[in-house]
Design a protein around this ligand. Sequence first.
Ligand code: F6P
Length: 333
Amino acid sequence: MGNIAILCSGGDVSGMNPALKRFVEYSFEKGLTPYFVYHGYEGLIDDKIVPAGFKDVSGIITRGGTKLGSARSKRFMEPEYRRQAYENLKKHGIDKLVVLGGDGSFRGMDKFYHETGIQFCGIPSTIDNDINGTDYCLGVDTALNIIKHSVDAIRDTAGAFRRAFVIETMGRDCGYLALVSAMTSGAEMCLIPELEYDLERYSDCYRKQIAAGRDYFIAIIAEGVKINGVKATDVIVDWFEKEIGFESRATVLGHTQRGGNPTVYDRLMAYKFVTYAIDGLLSEHTHSVICYTKSHFTYKSIDEVTGSRYQLDPALLDLARSEYQQVLCPLPL
Ligand code: F6P
């Protein structure tokens, strides 16, 4: 049936290894010969392309990160390197690629398809959950669970001192991780790029709550939020000290959010995404992204996926408004 390869591009996510396992197994089931490309598009250019077997994926389902490594390749943007990548794929007889990555990676691949005819299917993979056209990106559930563990642990120590804890989540310009984490961890404050906020409202509420006995606060801030050009995390730490009169500590969760044992949901989504990607490539879907929308998998074109900016689910935002925008302030404690 031919040769097919898989690669990981951009920020790695937990769920990539389960995806690699399913890729090898399902390729064989479909009569295809699976190949691994190491280090994303860099590996295509440098011919880090090797046949993959069952042994290569044995035991990796429990591991975060990616066995293949990933990269953000600048060289792949240059036509001469894309030509080199094409020559390498031709040498190995590969005409189909599964790409785990983000919209930038898919755009590069689409260009490559139109230049060379190498078919591809993109699998949305980023903890940011900010790819237009899909409700879910691989790795998000594991990242949310890592955040949950951290916030729960901070809550344990929070009660021991009279303090405010300001926790920064990843997500670039998207507030999904921060918002879902705040709603599911019972945070008192959440700042994300998509919701307006008024610190006066927070301060009125917190004064009332302190008078009623509150002795700690947990604030979750998306990394993309700035206040007067300064990272919001730093501003809010200061604000708690000066405006609220609480000793304050910042925790930037950083890359802990990208690792960890993949959750059941991410393992299952990896299984499904890869199965649909290979099925798509074996049918008429020569250059698409497999998206998960309204509980269904759909093949979408690059234009559909990259044509507009991802918008956070308005229903989710509505749910969070009373707590994090209007700050309705439940009392008494
Ligand atoms: O896109 C995934 C992501 O983890 C973002 O949330 C974050 O801003 C960025 O990647 C970090 O990139 P790097 O790993 O290059 O520091």
